[in-house]
Design a protein around this ligand. Structure first.
Ligand SMILES: NC(=O)c1ccc[n+]([C@@H]2O[C@H](COP(=O)([O-])OP(=O)(O)OC[C@H]3O[C@@H](n4cnc5c(N)ncnc54)[C@H](OP(=O)(O)O)[C@@H]3O)[C@@H](O)[C@H]2O)c1
Length: 232
């Protein structure tokens, strides 16, 4: 049997790297992507040296041309992508005040956190087939059901928008049998989450890995935390 394939964005460190590691351990052929080729190849080498099957693709999710190149290369290698994890995300310096944030910072954050996942899903559309899963790594910061805190306002808005993208893609891809969901990993000890965060990367990767690998997973258009559906 051919191994299942998974592409993960921003996988050179943090939660993305851990998702790549755990999915490789479950037998997936991993396409580890990173915007910086050196950092990406170092991450690939680390996983390969530990006996895992991992390939590298350069991919800057904020750049449609980089996305087009990566998707074309992928299509030359595989006929089906089983799992696409839109993990890359940023809280940009200088974007912490909603009243003064510049148009450039707003636009840069949206390109990475919201538009990139949409553009990449569009670019991979022919590879995503019945049973394929798109997993958008969102955040509790984007939840509006209980009102938002003032934490990282621009980041939060982009994650709310990512959740909306998730719903729209889920509708659009339902006839094709492609499942599209968002996941909040919790507060995780990474460069983004900081050292005081309550969760390890292993715990942060747990729900996306379950969603990618569980053969009985059938949901679409939902938002998950700790393997349970939560409100948007
Ligand atoms: N950590 C938390 O507590 C937490 C909580 C809720 C949600 N999340 C979400 O979880 C995801 C992963 O976060 P993390 O904590 O692992 O963050 P992280 O450690 O800061 O890693 C972020 C990753 O995204 C990559 N990236 C940034 N911009 C990119 C671009 N334009 N193209 C491709 N890759 C890009 C980074 O690459 P470089 O190394 O090149 O910068 C890095 O690999 C994010 O979507 C984040 O919003 C995290």
């Amino acid at each position: 049997m051919t191994a299942k394939s998974a592409l993960i964005t921003g996988a050179n460190r943090g939660i993305g790297f851990e998702i790549a590691r755990q999915l490789a351990d479950r037998g997936f052929l991993i396409w580890l992507t990173a915007r910086n080729p050196q950092r990406g190849k170092e991450a690939v080498l680390k996983l390969m040296n530990e006996g895992r099957t991992v390939r590298f693709l350069q991919l800057d999710v904020s750049d449609p041309e980089s996305i087009r190149r990566a998707a074309a290369k992928l299509a030359g290698e595989i006929a089906r992508l089983d799992v696409l994890v839109n993990n890359a995300g940023v809280v940009l310096r200088g974007s912490d005040n909603i009243l003064t944030v510049t148009a450039d910072k707003l636009s840069d954050t949206f390109r990475i956190n919201t538009f990139g996942p949409l553009w990449l899903t569009q670019a991979c559309i022919d590879l995503l087939q019945s049973g394929s899963r798109v997993i958008n790594i969102s955040s509790g910061a984007g939840e509006i059901c209980n009102g938002m805190s003032s934490y990282a306002p621009v980041y939060s808005i982009t994650k709310t928008s990512m959740n909306a993208v998730t719903c729209q893609l889920a509708h659009a891809l339902k006839p094709k049998g492609v499942l599209v969901n968002a996941v909040c990993p919790g507060w995780v000890r990474t460069d983004m989450g900081g050292p005081s965060a309550s969760r390890s990367v292993e715990k942060g990767a747990e729900t996306p890995v379950w969603m990618a690998a569980d053969p009985n997973f059938r949901d679409t258009g939902k938002f998950f935390r700790d393997k349970k559906v939560v409100s948007w």
